[in-house]
Design a protein around this ligand. Sequence first.
Ligand code: ATP
Ligand code: MG
Length: 324
Amino acid sequence: MKKRVLSGIRATGRLHLGNYLGAIKGMIELQNNPDYETFYMVADAHAITTPFSVEELRQNRREIIIDYLAVGLDPEKSTLFIQSQVPPHFELSFYFSSVTTIARMMHLPTYKEKVKQYPKNNTMALLNYPILMAADILLYKANLVPVGIDQEPHLEVAREIARKMNQIYGTTFPEPQRFATKGEYIPSLTGEGKMSKSVEGSYINLTDSLDEIRKKIRSVPTASVVGKEMTPGLKTLFIFADLFIPNEVEKYKKSFTDGTLKFVELKDALAEAIYRELKPFQEKRKQIASDLAYVEKVIKNGAQKAKAVAQETLKEVKEKMGLS
Ligand code: ATP
Ligand code: MG
């Protein structure tokens, strides 16, 4: 039997380089490996765990499906679907909450960060986020999850829930592992924290023009280089260099050590290399966005396929828990 893969992206905004390098590259690789059956969702319910606008959420759900298609996810090979269109995610997540303590959830670094980011939004939905994510993964009995390193604590929760459910109720959940990529952690352009959709000024979007990318990269703070220590902003630039201009990294490192590095030269070289990688995606995206009937069909078929698998798992869990 093929191994299963699940991943998702929150419908909180336009995709950025971190999403692409940390998650999507792995999603594409596994889709194209015949040993795996891949399920990729738009995590719209996860988007309501932080403050959101109804109109933007409605748009983002479809935009992310268009992004998926434009990066090369293929509905013939992968099940592409919208999370809230498959209600078993919510039902399973409630059953999982019965084997998860409040203390365990409150100690997660992601939870603490989001409370810091939105102090007025310390909701039950936010606290429950990792439980819903465990349900997302285990509903498909996925073994592998291509996500960035920021999601590792949530995967640990999913493994704990799988173990507990299997011990107590005799279910047959696998313990899902993260599928890591080279770009598993893309720092913010501000030099502080990670690149995030919901942090203004932190990201380069996959749809940015060369001019926009150049402007954003030029704004990465590099000025205050003290002695030979790299500032966080400069470290960020070298992470991009490793990923986008690997053959030139040594040259730039050497000129940094010599004290001859012109930051703007490195920045502009990076902007051009990043744009070169994004251009084919941008062209394909325009084409797909002009055929919304096709996009709607993909969404409808995806929900049907995901539901069929999800309902089977839910049935097994309900039987084993004495709920049917
Ligand atoms: P938000 O700020 O709304 O949480 P986000 O940018 O963190 O948005 P998510 O939708 O939470 O994006 O995550 C989607 C996928 O992208 C996940 O697999 C996540 O691990 C990955 N990812 C997000 N940010 C980065 C990053 N900076 N570097 C590498 N991977 C990332
Ligand atoms: Mg996130």
